[in-house]
Design a protein. Structure first.
Length: 502
């Protein structure tokens, strides 16, 4: 009966997910972060080493995936398939967490499928959060059977492999984006919540195996970039630069040890929750402990920088969706009221978080109306593109101009925050930086000018959206470049080695 219910449910949910995700395959290439990822991926394909030769401040997995894709369309197609795989794996996790409870499995998986596919949380954009969910869910899926049996003190090789692989998967998730390391802490906290005097060594053993697994991919990445002569650049860009990032949007607020007091307060809340679960561990089911601990750590991770980007909240969606299943775990009776209150409380926390941190809100109806109106011929391609960014046509025209006026091996320089131009034109930047705000934030002026002077590009583009043009760049343009053309708000300057104005 349970399998019959699940089979009837799966097809309509899959159809709805496909309808929600289909627009992502036809969007124009205007999203800045994806431009950075694909530019770095292009750099790898052309022999550059991440961090040493071309820069961004995330670990390498996202750029490796972009390098495999090679272009925007394939990159989005990978996200499409990856997301379907993530939903299926979440379904298998829900089956393990709620055995013989098909309605709980259906409710939690449906919630997850919809929440991760809607435009609200940028499920359509190939950001790290959308990719790191799959290895994170895989880790909890592998560890769950052993968490259930740990009281029996089973010491099979299979259990050891499960914890080792769980650590490996969470390490891979962290190599997409560092906040995934807090999901690893959530998994370790579940071991802590199962701790007794009788199973002390068993719990420690499993924790050490998970830690070993976690260290393997991270350690290999560190070794690789050390071999490539990029050890310090990798360590600084992918990990150490995330520390000042935590307080970058908390200027003027109370801080302790250089960290915002509000951040430390949220950390204290997570600690108190785990401590409370520890004292109640014999009275609380594993499903509740897993959901609450996972939600708490992922909630803390999503708010590390207090920045209002909705895709940060994707990290909390697996645990939040599992909580939805609690509505259908037991009959509606007084003794189960607190269990059924969990999804309501967690949903309230998300709403307060969304409002309190002023997360950007993307409307769903205009987004889908725009695509399906275009698909049905009710909207022209130009109008469809303009709904994403008024500069869309400018971006594509500029990229085409660069492709037809430069050679494939030539490098260019864009002063602005338009990295998608590099990827669309299939040209690399002069210097390590792909966007002006990285040069500004990381004080890369001198390094950039050195690269421009050593290998002056034929074409230098100034974007009207970035008005912080530094003096050395102004001087370089004035002395060695002539204005050639303007496309939208982009000014194209062509190098003329014969001129030097006094």
């Amino acid at each position: 009966m349970a399998k019959k219910i699940l089979s009837y449910w799966f097809l309509p949910v899959l159809a709805l997910v496909l309808l929600l995700r289909l627009p992502s395959l036809f969007e124009p290439f205007t999203y800045g972060d994806e431009g950075i990822y694909l530019t770095l991926g292009q750099g790898l394909r052309k022999g550059l080493v991440f961090y040493r030769d071309i820069h961004d401040n995330k670990p390498p997995m996202l750029y490796l995936l972009a390098a495999v894709a090679g272009n925007f369309e394939t990159y989005r197609l990978i996200l499409f398939g990856w997301s379907l795989g993530t939903i299926y794996l979440f379904f298998k996790l829900a089956e393990r967490l709620f055995p013989k409870k098909p309605l709980a499995v259906i409710a939690s998986t449906t919630a997850f499928a919809l929440l991760t596919s809607l435009h609200n949380f940028e499920g359509n954009v190939a950001n790290a959060e959308n990719f790191m969910m799959l290895p994170t869910i895989a880790a909890f899926y592998l560890a769950l059977p052993d968490l259930e049996k740990i009281g029996l003190k089973k010491k099979t090789l299979q259990d050891l492999r499960a914890w080792l692989l769980a650590g490996v998967f969470l390490s891979i998730a962290t190599l997409f984006k560092v906040p995934a390391a807090f999901d690893f802490l959530a998994l370790l906290s579940l071991l802590f919540l199962s701790l007794t005097l009788k199973n002390f060594f068993l719990v420690i053993r499993n924790g050490l195996m998970a830690l070993l697994g976690f260290l393997i991919p991270v350690g290999l990445s560190l070794a690789y970039y050390a071999w490539q002569g990029a050890w310090s650049e990798y360590l600084k860009a992918a990990f150490l630069q995330n520390i000042p990032y935590l307080s970058s949007w908390a200027a003027g607020r109370a801080q302790v040890g250089g960290l915002p007091l509000f951040l430390l307060g949220r950390g204290l809340l997570v600690f108190l929750l785990v401590l409370g679960l520890f004292f109640l561990r014999k009275k609380v089911s594993l499903s509740i402990k897993l959901t609450l601990a996972w939600f708490a750590f992922s909630w803390f991770a999503a708010l590390l920088s207090a920045r209002p980007y909705p895709h940060y909240l994707i990290q909390i969606l697996p645990a939040l969706s599992l909580a939805v299943g609690f509505f259908w775990l037991h009959p509606i009776k007084i003794k189960f009221w607190w269990e059924k209150a969990i999804p309501l409380v967690l949903g309230f926390v998300v709403l307060v978080t969304f409002s309190g941190f002023h997360f950007w809100y993307y409307k769903n109806l205009p987004y889908y109306r725009n695509f399906y109106g275009h698909l049905l011929g009710l909207k022209s391609r130009d109008d469809y593109y303009l709904a994403f960014d008024p500069r869309t046509e400018t971006i594509y025209q500029a990229a085409n101009y660069l492709k037809t006026h430069t050679l494939p091996q030539e490098k260019i320089f864009i002063w602005g925050n338009d990295p998608f131009l590099y990827a669309l034109a299939q040209r690399l930047p002069i210097g390590r930086y792909t966007v002006a705000y990285h040069i500004i934030d990381f004080n890369g002026y001198q390094e950039t000018m050195k690269a421009l002077n050593q290998n002056p590009p034929r074409y230098l583009i100034i974007s009207g959206t970035e008005d912080r043009l530094f003096p050395e760049l102004k001087t370089l343009i004035s002395n060695h470049y002539l204005f050639e053309t303007r496309i939208g708000n982009l000014q194209f300057f062509h190098r003329n080695a014969k001129i030097r104005r006094q």
